[in-house]
Design a protein around this ligand. Structure first.
Ligand code: UDX
Length: 435
């Protein structure tokens, strides 16, 4: 099939490559000409494992091309995927203006038979408004379905090519048919298809992210309690996770969730529910957000307690991306902690295998080499659980620092090995006896 993918950020770039890998002929469109040009050269503007290689492959097969506006070629696409961002507005709601801009650009090129597929995360009700708007622009009833995307950064391509479900919301069942053809290989490989109405499809995405955020904040709330009573949130998580109704996934306590989706999506969901008069139903999500913010603050408190005062102290933060295998700094708890420490007067060195290029903070000293970053540190904070930090040699690390104390913000270190090497280990939600 011929496919256009509109918006080439994390979602769109990955989706364009995935569709090309499925054998379709893909035209990626982004109104930033520099982005389109870079992608044509095989350059991805962010780090995502495997994506660069897959892009080069589909470019060499002539399966994908990128451009900054629609043309005759893109106008003849069978499907147009809307993949633009819906960032958080200052009031917490989702900003859908890029979606409206995208359909205004698309309208003059839209044929009556082409299918428009919304993939962006939107407040429930947006698809209907977009459809009305598009109809007023084109003068016929456009074919639209809503097909939310659940990819995770770090495993984005794999998630796109092996989705655990394909959700399709439609007004007219026949409109889903071209999408079923486009995804035929995924469906044959076993991904279940869930067909439903459009508002439910919009809700599935935000509900899933709200649930995931709630799971993380739930275990982090238990961590708050555990810290007071001398209990262990990691052991607690393992023990409750054996109950299949609870499950052991997404129950890792630590400095909390960040990234371009979970924080923004719960705030957008709260804002939309309030607009709809059902704010009370989601008021618990405010606490989910609050628990998440408090975990970052807890690390600052622990650092303060450990060092007496933060002013002038050398602190090294291991990891600044919001999660490993990503260079995304959006809402990163690790980066936020590093910034707070610097604001309190600490001399903060930060290191990260992939994300340092995105750092624009003059108060943080970037150091790409992990062991060098530890030199003279009076406190080390493990903030993002990159494999290389999990595998750090505590003996070698100790030879670099001025004071061998580490806060494990992700509960990933082998505490006894670090203690045996002479470290004092502090962890979130755990009471660790040192020395
Ligand atoms: C999320 C959803 O998982 C994905 O389905 C959706 O499409 C986009 O948003 P992503 O933002 O890539 O994906 O990250 P995810 O793996 O969900 O992690 C989010 C945050 O939660 C990270 O900061 C991570 O460190 C944190 N987290 C996750 C925890 O603190 N504990 C956990 O147990 C799991």
């Amino acid at each position: 099939m011929k496919i256009s993918v509109i918006g080439l950020g994390y979602l769109g770039a990955t989706h364009a490559v995935a569709m090309a890998k499925l054998g379709h002929s893909v035209i990626g469109i982004d109104n930033d000409p520099a982005k389109a040009e870079a992608l044509n050269k095989g350059e991805i503007p962010f780090f995502e494992p495997g994506l660069s290689q897959a892009l080069s492959e589909v470019i060499s097969q002539g399966k994908v091309q990128f451009q900054s506006s629609h043309d005759e070629n893109s106008a003849s696409a069978d499907i147009h995927f809307l993949c633009v961002g819906t960032p958080q507005s200052p009031d917490g709601s989702a900003n859908t203006s890029y979606l409206y801009a995208a359909i205004e650009d698309l309208a003059p090129h839209l044929s009556q038979t082409a299918l428009v597929v919304g993939k962006s995360t939107v407040p429930v009700g947006t698809a209907q408004e977009l459809k009305n708007k598009l109809q007023s622009l084109v003068g016929f009833e456009p074919r639209i379905v809503w097909n939310p995307e659940f990819l995770r950064e770090g495993t984005a391509l794999e998630d796109s090519l092996k989705p655990d479900r394909i959700v399709i919301g439609y007004w007219h069942k026949e409109d889903s048919l071209p999408l079923l053809v486009a995804y035929e290989k995924l469906i044959k490989a076993g991904s279940p298809v869930v067909e439903l109405d459009v508002p439910t499809a919009e809700l599935v995405k935000v509900a899933a992210n709200a649930f995931l955020a709630t799971k993380v904040s739930f275990i982090n709330a238990m961590a708050e309690v555990a810290e007071v009573v001398g209990a262990d949130a990691v052991a607690l998580s393992k023990a409750i996770g054996y109950d299949e109704r609870i499950g052991n996934k997404f129950l890792r306590s630590g400095i909390g969730f960040g990234g371009g989706c979970l924080p923004k999506d719960i705030r957008g969901f709260i804002a939309r529910a309030e607009e709809l008069g059902v704010g009370q139903a989601l008021s618990f999500l405010k606490e989910v957000d609050g628990i998440n913010e408090r975990r970052r603050q807890r690390v600052i408190e622990l650092a303060n307690k450990e060092l007496g005062s933060l002013s002038g102290k050398n602190i090294t933060v291991l990891g600044i991306s919001f999660k490993p295998n990503s260079d995304d700094l959006r809402e990163s708890p690790a980066l936020e902690i590093a910034r707070s420490l610097a604001r309190a007067g600490a001399k903060v060195t930060v290191t990260d295998p992939k994300a340092l290029h995105g750092l624009s903070d003059e108060n943080l000293k970037p150091e790409p080499d992990t062991y060098t970053s530890l030199e003279n540190a009076e406190l080390v904070i493990l903030a993002t659980e990159w494999d290389e930090y999990k595998k750090l040699d505590p003996v070698q690390a100790k030879s670099k620092v001025a004071n061998a104390t580490i806060i494990d913000g992700r509960n990933v270190l082998d505490v006894s090995a670090w203690q045996a090497a002479g470290w004092k280990v502090i962890a979130l939600g755990r009471t660790i006896r040192n020395g």
